[in-house]
Design a protein around this ligand. Sequence first.
Ligand SMILES: [Zn+2]
Length: 371
Amino acid sequence: MESITIQPGRLTEDDLRLEVEIWVGGEKCELYYLSDEAKLQPCAEALISATLLAAMKQRIGVIEIDLPVSPEFLAGIDQIQDVFQSWKPSYGRVEIRHAGLKQTDPGEKQTGVFFSAGVDSYYAFLSRRDQINALIYLDGFDIPLEDRAMRRRMRENLTEISRRFDIPIYIIETNVRQFQEKFANWGFSHGSAIASVGHLLAGEFSHLFLASGGSPDPNRRYGVHAELDPQWSSPRVRFEHDTNIDRIQKSRFISQFEPVHDTLRVCLRSPVHGLNCGYCEKCLRSMVYLQVTGDYEKYTVFERPLELNRLAKYKRIGASDKDLLYPALTMLEAENNYPDTAKALRKILYPPSLVKKLIVQGRKIRKKLSL
Ligand SMILES: [Zn+2]
């Protein structure tokens, strides 16, 4: 049977860079994690997390690692495999071959949140601000590693956030997304990539929050999920899924905090200058939610104002994201502060039927003929 073999990692003397050679079948891959400040502690849990979804999707039945692993983590991995197999029956079951079981004592360290400066992670941070000691930003996740200009801009933004909220932000650069995109589905695997970083930070953190996706449907199949996140835990690091409330409520909550107005980043693209292009599907949705909450005018982070034509023409909004646009439309129509947005949104959500289109077309033709 084919296997994924994880070689012993190489950690630099300052404990800030870890390189690991991974063999996926006959193919060699190099994984790295580079921390700006927090020391990394290589462990089996981190590297099994990073590779599990690749093994499941590729139906590679074995992950081999020459390090001991905690029994609690292995039990969680079993549960995680159950969840993914119930979502995707084509995913294979993976056996973990390791160097024995280890007993580790839990110890209280810092509590952190994985943070991208978007609506979900801002909510996870600000809704428990008194509990959170530090934020962790994953460089190489949302912004591709090749996009150096945008990454630099994001780091400047994080420095600003850290200063204005008076909270440390640890940055971990990694190519784990590139690795997973090659062998797995990032929509499913990104939670495992987050867990892999969390385990490497076990020397600093004992409790880590993952922001929920902000979809009103709690059963949405997604890599960060209430049923999955806690299962990545070990005795040293506990992972917790943040409260699942929708993005309209989250947008309303985070808008109370003035520094969010010019540091929020929701964009799926890399804009030329600022943080958010203002025309990608996610920017558009986020701007609509901010209009619903009445906070839109406070925000300075979008490169251009909400363009209704673009919104009306948007066909690629996914079903689960559309779910939240229905209540958004009801609220916009009730408040009537942005009637043009409401009209454009109605067109997207309730497109005219073919019969209606033909009737309108017929009327136009008759009008022309009668002239
Ligand atoms: Zn955008």
